[in-house]
Design a protein around this ligand. Structure first.
Ligand SMILES: C[S@@+](CC[C@H](N)C(=O)[O-])C[C@H]1O[C@@H](n2cnc3c(N)ncnc32)[C@H](O)[C@@H]1O
Length: 280
């Protein structure tokens, strides 16, 4: 693995976006919550709003990162060697390529995000290797992802794909029908593919309502969903054991592990839920 900075496909001149730093963005607020440095005052205010309503927001975000780690490790161990990580976020600890390449050094990853800051910082901060690219594209327009030159260059849709939408679905209201976008992506992946997804869950706990309030107040979006609504993200794909669950007690590599009852979890452990679907 070489250590040069990421340079995308290498075909276009470097894109230097003109960031509007007066308004918070999802990527930068999340970075601020995680304690990263790629954020501005408006983003830190947004993060403070999360902390005001849910003091353990950082731990909840770390639980979500843990879900990414567990899910990618599982998929890589099943032999998945190409990952499409949509809503990738700013580089942090244990990014998808590091997790996947710890299992299989040849695993390929394309990160997709609609916030150009992810491309800019990703290029600067992520370790470059021949197997990792970052594309600016939008989940709301799946063809912008599927037809992106870097996606086409790196992902072979004739072979199983590890499709990922982690920590992103909450930012779309159900009325936007995000399932239609997911369906296009799942349809583009062949059998043998996996789909890892996490979301804010709603089972009536106070911290769940509080995270929705925080997200709506700071970002203008960020809705909680019932378990049934989260399961619907998987488009009818069978879920690998133990199914969809709170990330804090979700262990795809040990589906029979004894886990605490939901009421015994800490508040931050009751915010993120997710699972992995398998395309037969
Ligand atoms: C909360 S972060 C999650 C980062 C990472 N996946 C994780 O779970 O730790 C959500 C990311 O999705 C990106 N995003 C928001 N809307 C998007 C869209 N329509 N298409 C692609 N990415 C989007 C944001 O810019 C942000 O980087």
């Amino acid at each position: 693995m070489s250590e040069e900075p990421i340079v995308g496909s290498g075909e276009d001149p470097p894109y230097v976006p003109d960031f509007d730093i007066s308004k918070p963005t999802i990527a930068r607020v999340y970075d601020a919550i995680l304690g990263g440095k790629d954020n501005f005052a408006a983003d830190r205010e947004g993060a403070a709003t999360f902390m005001k309503y849910v003091p353990s927001s950082r731990e909840a975000a770390l639980d979500n990162r843990d879900g990414l780690n567990k899910g990618v490790t599982y998929m890589a161990k099943q032999g998945i060697d190409q990952f499409l990580d949509i809503g990738a976020g700013l580089p942090t600890n244990q990014n998808t390529h590091q997790v996947a390449q710890a299992v299989n050094p040849d695993a390929k990853v394309v990160y997709v995000d609609n916030d150009p800051i992810v491309l800019a910082h990703g290029r600067a901060l992520l370790a470059r290797n021949e197997s990792t690219l970052i594309a600016t594209a939008d989940l709301r327009d799946p063809s912008s992802i599927l037809n992106h030159p870097d996606v086409q260059k790196m992902i072979d849709f004739d072979r199983p794909v590890g499709l990922m939408i982690v920590g992103l679905m909450m930012h779309f209201h159900p009325d936007e029908q995000p399932g239609v976008w997911i369906r296009s992506l799942v349809d583009a992946c062949p059998s043998g593919s996996y789909f890892l997804c996490t979301d804010f869950i709603d089972e009536g706990y106070a911290e769940q309502k509080a995270i929705e309030r925080a997200s709506l107040e700071s970002l203008g979006n960020g809705w909680i969903r019932t378990p049934e609504q989260i399961e619907a993200h998987f488009q009818g794909l069978p879920l690998i054991p133990p199914g969809m669950d709170y990330i804090s007690r979700w262990f795809p590599e040990e589906p029979d592990r004894e886990v605490p009852a939901v009421e015994d979890l800490e508040p931050h452990q009751r915010i993120m839920a997710g699972g992995i679907g398998y395309k037969e």
